[in-house]
Design a binder for this molecule. Structure first.
Ligand SMILES: C[S@@+](CC[C@H](N)C(=O)[O-])C[C@H]1O[C@@H](n2cnc3c(N)ncnc32)[C@H](O)[C@@H]1O
Length: 234
């Protein structure tokens, strides 16, 4: 018998794929609740928490959870960030669809997340570089990244664990993280778009001021992005 599942776009679908099977999963900033409901209905997770800071989105999530009949598996919690699940035993924590700086602040406000048993799936809409910097400087390891397209934008999705060891980084890593190792076609497109945009910036600087130290460094970073995309020469 086929089960009715919420329809996920590519971004939410990939986030869901990165959640560990049979985990207890918390979706922070759940909004519509589609992801956590999908994970519960499909049987991927044992139990879920749908958390949001605002009442209206949480009411939407409650509606979705009820519609798909998983109220016994998914609990809704009105709370700021991770405050509502501190005393629950969760395995996987998804924080998606927010700015990278907000995701970093949410993690930072919950020191109990510095636990090697936890697994995080983080999807910044903006400022992915700020999030990567926070993770590298605070003992979190980016295990791997995937990419997904939604409404013509491409987003990075990070699989993260706490190890207690800080990671060295440079500007290139903050910008692209582990996407150069990712086989998704969207990862290559993400790198290529970033590279071509930066090439335009280098060109603008050169048109205004002639070639200078800044334009040379911007052009060199752009070329690194394009090379990493595997589309050099296109
Ligand atoms: C753009 S929606 C993202 C929904 C869903 N996670 C997704 O990726 O499609 C952002 C949600 O995060 C919630 N939010 C914003 N700040 C939050 C915080 N500090 N703690 C919990 N939820 C928060 C908002 O109320 C909103 O419902």
């Amino acid at each position: 018998m086929s089960v009715k599942l919420p329809v996920l776009d590519m971004r939410l679908e990939r986030i869901g794929q990165m959640v560990r099977k049979d985990s207890v999963c918390a979706d922070i900033g759940t909004d519509h609740g589609y992801l956590i409901t999908y994970l519960a209905v499909s049987g991927k997770i044992k139990k879920g928490f749908a958390c949001d800071i605002n009442e209206k989105p949480l009411a939407k999530a409650q509606k979705t959870i009820a519609e798909y009949g998983v109220g016994d598996k998914v609990k809704t919690i009105l709370a700021d960030g991770l405050c509502g699940i501190e005393n629950e035993s969760v395995d996987d924590i998804v924080i998606a669809g927010m700015g990278g700086d907000l995701i970093a602040r949410i993690l930072d406000s919950a020191p109990w997340t510095k636990d090697e048993r936890l697994h995080f799936v983080l999807q910044p809409m903006t400022k992915a570089d700020a999030l990567r910097k926070y993770l590298c400087e605070n003992g979190f390891e980016i295990e791997y990244e995937r990419a997904a397209e939604a409404k013509r934008f491409i987003y990075a999705i990070l699989s993260v664990k706490y190890t207690g060891k800080n990671t060295k980084y440079d500007d290139f890593f903050l910008n692209v993280g582990k996407l150069p190792e990712c086989k998704d076609a969207e990862a290559s497109a993400y790198l290529y778009r970033k590279g071509t945009k930066l090439l335009e910036t280098a060109q603008k600087i050169e048109n205004a001021l002639g070639e200078n130290e800044k334009s040379i460094s911007v052009r060199s970073m752009a070329q690194r992005f394009i090379k990493a995309s595997g589309k050099a020469g296109e």
